[in-house]
Design a binder for this molecule. Structure first.
Ligand SMILES: CC(C)(COP(=O)(O)OP(=O)(O)OC[C@H]1O[C@@H](n2cnc3c(N)ncnc32)[C@H](O)[C@@H]1OP(=O)(O)O)[C@@H](O)C(=O)NCCC(=O)NCCS
Length: 153
């Protein structure tokens, strides 16, 4: 499978069970909520939309991100994971690049934000390799917040 073939497709009634079945590795379960929790969360966060990350017609992961500007003025990536069977193939990095390209089309998107559990050095490095940088700000729970600044701002 080739990571350049990644596409993001909206989660619908047809693919939500497949999405819920995706799981990270056992030692990663405290790094991200379950996809079933994330789909519930998506209903409350009305600016966000859930997407399956597809490689060659297989759903390999999940990402939940704002499709409209959030009340704080930013677009947030709220949840992101690649199923344990498909990690290490470049799909995660490719998916975040696709999120950036998607949001570049939004005229009011000046900054994408994301946070992660402090110990999640893999996610931190992945976001930075896609152009994110530290903000120096933290969530109330202590998670560091990163940002991607759109070039045309
Ligand atoms: C973070 C996550 C999405 C990465 O997905 P992935 O498809 O395996 O990542 P990629 O294959 O695109 O790899 C991206 C980079 O991370 C590195 N990487 C991936 N898994 C790694 C691991 N377990 N240990 C060290 N490096 C790792 C890769 O080598 C690659 O580095 P490079 O760009 O220098 O080549 C995945 O590990 C995951 O789902 N983790 C659990 C949930 C999570 O942490 N979500 C993020 C919440 S903020």
């Amino acid at each position: 499978m080739d990571s350049s073939n990644i596409v993001l497709l909206p989660i619908s009634k047809e693919n939500e069970m497949e999405c819920i079945s995706l799981k990270p590795k056992e030692d990663q379960i405290n790094l991200v909520a379950s996809n079933s929790d994330s789909l519930e969360h998506a209903k409350k966060e009305i600016t966000s939309r859930p997407y399956g990350i597809y490689a060659d017609d297989n759903m390999v992961g999940f990402v939940l991100f704002d499709n409209e500007v959030y009340s704080d003025g930013y677009y947030w990536i709220l949840r992101f994971m690649i199923d344990h069977r498909f990690q290490g193939n470049g799909y995660g990095k490719s998916a975040i690049k696709q999120v950036i390209e998607f949001l570049k089309k939004r005229n009011d998107c000046r900054e994408i934000r994301v946070s992660h559990v402090p110990s999640n050095i893999v996610a931190n490095a992945l976001y930075k390799s896609c152009g994110f940088e530290e903000t120096g700000e933290f969530e109330e729970c202590g998670d560091p917040i990163l940002r991607y600044r759109m070039i045309n701002t």
